[in-house]
Design a protein around this ligand. Sequence first.
Ligand code: PEP
Ligand code: MG
Length: 550
Amino acid sequence: MSELRGVGIGLGVAHGPVARMAEPLPAPEDIASTRTPEEETARVSEAVAAVARELEARGAQAGGAARDVLEAQAMMAEDPTLAQEVSGRVTAGKTGEYAVFAAFASFRDTLSAMGGYLGERAADLDDIAQRVIARLRGLPAPGVPDPGHPFVLVATDLAPADTALLDLDKVLALVTSEGGPTSHTAILAREKLIVAVVGVAEAAGLADGETVIVDAAQGAVTTAPTAEQLEQATRRADERKASASAPLTPGALADGTAVPLLANLGKPGGAAEAVALGAEGVGLFRTEFLFLSSNQAPTVAEQRTAYTELLQAFPGKKVVVRALDAGADKPLAFLNDAHEENPALGLRGLRALRASEDILREQLTALAEADAAAEADLWVMAPMVSNVEETAYFVSLAREYGIKTAGVMVEVPSSALMADRVLAIADFASIGTNDLTQYTMAADRLLGSVASFQDPWHPAVLKLVKATADGGAAHGKPVGICGEAAADPLLAVVLVGLGATSLSMAPTALADVRATLLAHSLDDARRIAEAALAADDAASARAAAQAAAR
Ligand code: PEP
Ligand code: MG
């Protein structure tokens, strides 16, 4: 038995025989073409167009997020700059196969060097190149294997075209040797609730047919498992199934203490799924989606329509909308145009809105109008608030527009440390653990090389959560959590033990968190939180909490 480590996506566990993704086609040789450049160009254009159309067709068949991803990939295939790179090589006498291979490889290297989100798109380019070369050679496109029985799919990294059409009855779990938590494998595994562990460096050593346990909660792949381990994995998988189909009760601890479970949403269209999964309201509505695709702010009318649609999906329920959070990982041309060495430490979030106050005023106008047209309980908060003065600025501006409940996101350590003053003014706080961890640990949340520092279990982060919750409690004001940390069931218990009054997360995470909260009383949660706070680092905090929870 041995354990290979990676990054788990979600909390599922599954086991079964490995089936490896077909190895990529051998690289074409750099030999002179026997065709004219015109003939080669025509062959390549036909193959690229055919691949793009096939990707679109797969997208249309898959629907949902997969369609967007595959359409983007089809556009990437037909990117004019890439076409130019290919044509330059063909004109120089290369074969179409080699020209495609070399041009895509050079683009891939550029993307990889950028790291983060763009780096993780590198696999997309490889996949497109393989498909085009296969077509030029008259071979079938490389893809998901079909061993004729359910299997654990092992691959270097899955391309969107593969994940989109995975037959969920056959694929027990996914293991990739590359790719991080924002790779397509991870995004689609989350959306389709497929058990997945990504970035398992040693996955290349797994052989077809060998039985493995894929444990996303532990971020581990166990090879040659014992009968007892297999039994335990089956039991855990069954328990998860039971919790997923458990009744959609409001979030609560074992002693009945209410912990409202809310949804993080990025588009009003996500409301129906959130309600179906038992969300008791919205804890974070990210308004960036309205702004990201255009080069100017949407009009008040456009915003009002979107906010009204959202609020009408939650009659009588709390809906927390965040004012536009632009900058750093969410840059917006019309708000963040100046070059900054360190955009995460720059004019971002509320600072950027304040510098373009008309945009903030328009957003508040649209929100107040939507509020008047719906029955939801609208709360509005500002992103990236770092001091008391900014809190007072935002709350008083929101009141000018008749917003009844105005609060701040606590994502910067300074706000957490000043929470007793901040919450004397704000009606509520919501802790964004993604950014709070980034700033506490000085670790860029988009940078793979410092990903190990980006762990919200770190006791330094937990202490800041406690300071914020204490600040809220001193004034009887609610302090919720809306970062990814709330979606980790045991960490959710810890956060409640530290004083968080509600938890907001991706709707697919609600069932696991609901079930885990129900297993612990408030006294338990406080004791488990104490154990985590007393640790030296993130890994020991997690281990201490696990031991205390047993
Ligand atoms: C956070 O920082 O934790 C958060 C919820 O905001 P975002 O992830 O949108 O920056
Ligand atoms: Mg944030």
